[in-house]
Design a binder for this molecule. Structure first.
Ligand SMILES: Nc1nc2c(c(=O)[nH]1)N[C@H]1C(S)=C(S)[C@@H](COP(=O)(O)O)O[C@H]1N2
Ligand SMILES: [Mo]
Length: 198
C-alpha cells in the first residue's frame, strides 16, 4: 500500500509546518461537544444531499468499497496542539463530488454527524485531495472516540472543520454556519493565520 505524504501542504499557507501558537503532541486527545454517539454498522447510512445531480446514500460496506487512498497528514486542534504524521485512509472529497455531480451554484458544504454536530466549509476549501472521509487511522479502524466509523479530516484547517461520526454531506447555494461557527469559532479556521475565533 502506498502512502501519499501531504505534510508539505503548509507551504501553501505559511513558513513553518507547525502553525503559529501550536505545540506538538504525540498523544491524540479527544475533543467532543458531548459523548461518543452510539451507532450500529449495520444500519449506518451515509447520505449526499442538496444541490447535486444525484443524491446518494451508502451503507458502511458500500462506502468502504469506494476508491480510497492512504495519506500522511498533520492534525491541528484550535486549542493549541498539533499531531504530526497521522496516517488516514479514506475517500477524497473530490472523488465523492464526482459521484454526486455538484451543481455550479454550490458555494457551501455542510457536514452532518451522528451527535448532531455540524460544520461548514466553502466548496473550494473542500475540493482538495487532503480532505478525506476516513475510517482508518495509523493502520487500525478509526477509534470510536475519534469519530469511527467515519470522520472527515481537514489538515489545512483547524480540526473542528472535520466532523467526527460524519453521516451526511450537504451541498448548499447559500452560506450557513455549523455548530462551533455559530458559537464563536472562526468560520475560516486557517491555522497559519491563527483564525481561531471570530
Ligand atoms: N461530530 C463531531 N465532530 C467533531 C467534534 C464534535 O464534537 N462532534 N469536535 C470537533 C473538534 S472541536 C475537534 S478539535 C476535533 C477533535 O477530534 P479528536 O477528538 O479526534 O481529537 O473534532 C471535531 N469534530
Ligand atoms: Mo476543537
Amino acid at each position: 500500500m502506498s502512502v501519499m505524504d501531504v505534510t508539505d501542504l503548509y507551504e501553501e499557507f505559511g513558513d513553518d509546518r507547525l502553525p503559529p501558537g501550536q505545540r506538538e503532541t504525540s498523544k491524540f486527545p479527544v475533543l467532543s461537544k458531548g459523548g461518543t454517539p452510539k451507532w450500529d454498522r449495520d444500519d449506518w447510512t451515509f447520505t449526499v444531499s442538496g444541490a447535486v445531480d444525484d443524491e446518494l446514500s451508502f451503507s458502511y460496506e458500500e462506502f468502504r468499497d469506494l476508491e480510497s487512498v492512504t495519506q500522511r497528514q498533520d492534525f491541528h486542534c484550535v486549542t493549541g496542539w498539533s499531531k504530526l504524521d497521522c496516517e488516514f485512509t479514506g475517500v477524497t472529497f473530490p472523488h465523492l463530488t464526482e459521484l454526486a455531480g455538484v451543481h455550479d451554484d454550490v458555494t457551501t458544504v455542510m457536514f452532518h454527524a451522528l451527535d448532531g454536530y455540524t460544520t461548514n466549509l466553502p466548496l473550494e476549501d473542500c475540493m482538495r485531495e487532503e480532505v478525506l472521509f476516513t475510517w482508518e487511522f495509523d493502520g487500525d479502524d478509526l477509534p470510536r472516540e475519534h469519530g469511527g466509523p467515519l470522520r472527515v479530516v481537514t489538515p489545512h484547517k483547524y480540526a473542528y472543520k472535520g466532523a467526527k461520526w460524519v453521516d451526511g454531506v450537504e451541498f448548499l447555494t447559500e452560506p450557513e454556519r455549523g455548530y462551533w461557527e455559530k458559537r464563536g469559532y472562526s468560520n475560516t479556521a486557517d491555522p497559519w493565520a491563527e483564525d481561531r475565533y471570530s
